[in-house]
Design a protein around this ligand. Structure first.
Ligand code: IMP
Ligand code: MG
Length: 182
């Protein structure tokens, strides 16, 4: 049905087990700390976040951001542009950024800087996937699902040209399917 997909890297069952264990870990760490603000980075983290927050047995509020990366451009706002900002104030609150995948690290590096300037009580990152090979900016990921090879992944929220986000498993996209001028 999807000729551009090569193989399943993580099945829905494997993902569910990992998400459950991340949720348990987060529940232990944030117990008795008041309400946790989970900040999802759209759109990639939407599916992961929906599953994860239901495995957290604590009061959680949800908020979302849309950011786009400029790559290496030297615009005044740094390397990311905030296209949709938080609705809630995070001052003095415990904040957990929920991301689908860390690749170069640029998005989270600059996003973390921006959110820290708003004086949260704490700020940590939870990412389902980590692709360390192309890392340019070191960024601490306190809660990590899987470390993955340098291949292009789709499914479970991750897209290629806005396709495949709804697949329940995480797949490797065939290299031949990737347009080289991206
Ligand atoms: P970076 O860490 O700033 O390079 O950007 C991470 C973002 O790039 C992620 O949130 C994804 O939106 C996107 N990304 C990186 N690798 C992949 C992949 O393998 N599949 C789908 N999206 C990816
Ligand atoms: Mg993303």
């Amino acid at each position: 049905m999807f000729p551009d997909l090569q193989r399943v890297l993580y099945s829905a069952g494997e993902i569910e087990a990992k998400v459950t264990s991340l949720g348990e870990q987060i529940s232990r760490d944030y117990a008795n700390k008041g309400q946790l603000v989970a900040v999802g980075i759209l759109k990639g983290s939407a599916i992961f976040m929906a599953d994860l927050v239901r495995k957290i047995s604590l009061p959680v509020t949800l908020d979302f951001m849309v950011v786009s990366s400029y790559g290496h451009s030297s615009s005044s706002s740094g390397v990311i542009q905030i296209k949709k900002d938080l609705v809630t104030s995070i001052q003095d609150r415990h904040v957990l950024i929920i991301e689908d995948i860390v690749d170069t690290g640029l998005t989270l590096y600059y996003l973390k800087k921006d959110l820290l300037a708003r004086n949260p009580a704490s700020l940590k990152i939870c990412s389902l996937l980590d692709k360390p090979e192309k890392r340019e900016k070191q960024v601490a990921v306190e809660y990590l699902g899987f470390q993955v090879p340098d291949e292009f992944l789709v499914g479970y929220g991750l897209d290629y040209a806005e396709c495949y986000r709804n697949l329940p498993d995480i797949w490797v996209l065939r290299a031949e399917a990737i347009e080289t001028n991206r």
